[in-house]
Design a protein around this ligand. Structure first.
Ligand code: NI
Length: 179
């Protein structure tokens, strides 16, 4: 197990499309995933994509705690926790054209946060490193996390999805009044 070095905005690995994994059950993928989970936990992150640790492969890990999901749940699931999930070669399909604005941060842009529009309901799928298929529907913060992480696999960071860059903020400045 190892904590991996984080790529930050501007590094070319974050701007390229990541490659499909030929064998999701390969030992090197299992090792990568273990290290990604340790790295995400150490950084107190919600999700992590392999390009963020300088590995240009289509692998993501994420975990949505119940209280986070409640923050962006308008109706429906009532804030279900999403267990630690590992997806290799994931796919995503919006289930609505409706988008909502919500705050996002990213371990590759430390100290920053911004308001990002995302589809409110999506379906996603992928395989685990054990070769098991996963298919889920997601809404609220869960849907947001998945769209954020999958975007990393196509070379997009959340500021590229923002509709108003004026909301890009250092988190240490949030709550400061006008002076
Ligand atoms: Ni990110």
């Amino acid at each position: 197990m190892a904590i991996l070095k984080m790529a930050r905005m501007g590094h070319p690995v974050l701007r390229q499309a990541a490659k499909r994994v030929e064998d999701p059950t390969a030992p090197e993928i299992q090792r990568l995933v273990r290290d990604m989970i340790e790295t995400m936990d150490d950084a107190d992150g919600t999700g992590l994509a392999a390009p963020q640790v300088h590995v240009p492969l289509r692998v993501v890990v994420f975990y949505v705690a119940r209280d986070r999901q409640n923050e962006e749940e308008e109706e429906g699931q009532g804030g279900l926790e999403v267990p630690l999930t590992v997806l290799v070669n994931p796919e995503l399909e919006p289930l609505t054209e409706e988008q909502s604005l919500g705050p996002e941060a990213c371990l590759s842009l430390p100290g920053l946060a911004g308001q990002v529009p995302r589809f409110t309901r999506v379906r996603y799928s992928g395989v685990t490193p054990l070769g098991e298929p996963i298919e889920r529907e997601a809404e609220g913060f869960h849907a947001r996390v998945v769209q954020h992480e999958f975007d990393h696999l196509d070379g997009f960071l959340y500021p590229q999805r923002m509709s108003d860059l004026a909301t890009l903020t250092f988190t240490s400045e949030i709550g400061r009044g006008v002076e």
